[in-house]
Design a protein around this ligand. Structure first.
Ligand SMILES: CC(C)(COP(=O)(O)OP(=O)(O)OC[C@H]1O[C@@H](n2cnc3c(N)ncnc32)[C@H](O)[C@@H]1OP(=O)(O)O)[C@@H](O)C(=O)NCCC(=O)NCCS
Length: 194
């Protein structure tokens, strides 16, 4: 592959399907769309910074390494009817020492053109099912800055409840995005709502 991250050691795919999405392992052909999404200031508005091409490629490699070692991660979200790469939805184990370390979060990032169709919620529901049923997790968390209305709306639609707020350890004191809302979904609550 020229100019993209190495995807050497690709494990057998764990592909999840929803009515409109395929959540699949990453392919070299995702690198351009991923970089375009990660450089879009609107998509990255509530994240610390937009990513350069190199940073985006490194993140893609890091995500794929997580699949290889863990068997799950944030999947590449592909629209089933036309094969378009939409972004990612899935489960992530944060690398930072959070107050509630170790944990699994449900996470999403879609290209701007894919907002407003329900794709994030649809994909995240399947990621939660995978996390609770197939991985056997007891709880799945999520967090974002209080201003990220769209992301918080996804968490609400998923039935997550608010635990409180915390300061993100990856960001320095005084950083405008340091404060985060902390949401959780317990396995028992997820089962009860099915
Ligand atoms: C967070 C993010 C994924 C949310 O995307 P989204 O499209 O708003 O969320 P959903 O996929 O759940 O779609 C919900 C919207 O689709 C609409 N919709 C249209 N067709 C739909 C359908 N068939 N089914 C469900 N919803 C549908 C809903 O009415 C809702 O619209 P609204 O925003 O006007 O209320 C997106 O804004 C994003 O990628 N942001 C940047 C990255 C980011 O901040 N990630 C989180 C960091 S912690």
């Amino acid at each position: 592959m020229v100019g993209g991250p190495s995807l050497a050691g690709l494990c057998p795919l764990t592909t999840l399907r929803t009515p409109r999405l395929e959540l699949r392992r990453w392919q070299a052909s995702d690198a351009d769309g991923f970089a375009a999404m990660n450089s879009d200031p609107e998509v990255m508005r509530w994240l610390p910074s937009a990513l350069t091409r190199k940073e985006s490629d490194q993140l893609m490699t890091q995500i794929d390494d997580g699949f290889a070692s863990r068997g799950f991660g944030v999947w590449a979200a592909e629209r089933r009817d036309d094969g378009a790469f939409l972004g990612f939805v899935g489960l992530n184990v944060p690398r930072w020492e959070l107050p509630f370390w170790a944990c699994v979060e449900v996470a999403w990032r879609l290209s701007r053109a894919a907002w407003g169709f329900g794709y994030a919620t649809e994909g995240a529901r399947e990621a939660l099912r995978f996390g609770f049923e197939d991985v056997g997790l007891e709880r799945i968390r999520s967090w974002t800055v209080p201003e990220n209305r769209r992301s918080l709306a996804v968490m609400d639609r998923l039935g997550m409840t608010r635990l409180g707020e915390f300061d993100h350890p990856a960001l320095p004191d005084g950083h405008a995005l340091r404060r985060h809302v902390h949401m959780v979904l317990e396995r028992t609550d997820w089962q009860a709502a099915r």
